[in-house]
Design a protein around this ligand. Sequence first.
Ligand code: URA
Length: 262
Amino acid sequence: MTAGEKETIYKLLKTVSDSINGYTQKSFDMAPPVFSDDETAVEASHEVQNNAQIPQNDSQVTEVQTKKPVPLEVIADKIYECRRCKLCQTRKNVVPGTGVLKPLVLVIGEGPGEEEDNQGLPFVGKAGQLLDKMLAAISLSRSQNCYIANVVKCRPPHNRDPLPEEISACISFLDAQISLLKPSMILLMGRVAAQSVLRTSSGINALRGNFSMYNGIPVMPTYHPSALLRDERLKAPAWQDLKAFRAKLLQLVPDYEKNFVK
Ligand code: URA
């Protein structure tokens, strides 16, 4: 079924349900899910996809036009046009995510900072440089076997935490990304990512290093690299977490480190 057909059926059912139950404020506030086509034309594994890139020449444009749309790009298009919350008024760029198309690991952060907003790419500032080092230490990288995304796709002003209404407006994009990317494991960076994905109000100290499941995918939260930059003492427990994450990943995919280029 195509994304358009699913959306039409969703809207029809929602209208029927609203008219039976009465139109409440909640029904207006609810963010619609993101729909994508059932079939995917993307076969290439471990191919880098940077959603912020635009075709550079005519042949690339033709290729994009003649192939079936890549579902991840469909989600990215929805994110680019999103005006579900006020963050759209202050953003310079949206930051859908970047990485390989069939990632071993999905890394999820909180939301874009200043540098990410400037470039339209996740984790490209100081915290991003540390994140890349943390990942490399366990044979992971955005160019080889990971995809990196955030809970909110637009920068909260002055790097404040995203508000609950901004998270609930944006979370269906992340849910859709997870179900398309189908990573073997998910690494959650920091409190906001952990609470949003695990739908909990527990603090990061209680959540970090513990595994749980998200739709059958093992998930583990750890400290956000920005927290490690602020407080060196968190580096040792974060390293314990990363070692536990690697051990679990090796159980699931025993040869995952074989082809990793350091
Ligand atoms: N912090 C995040 O959580 N995400 C980014 O993309 C950058 C910094």
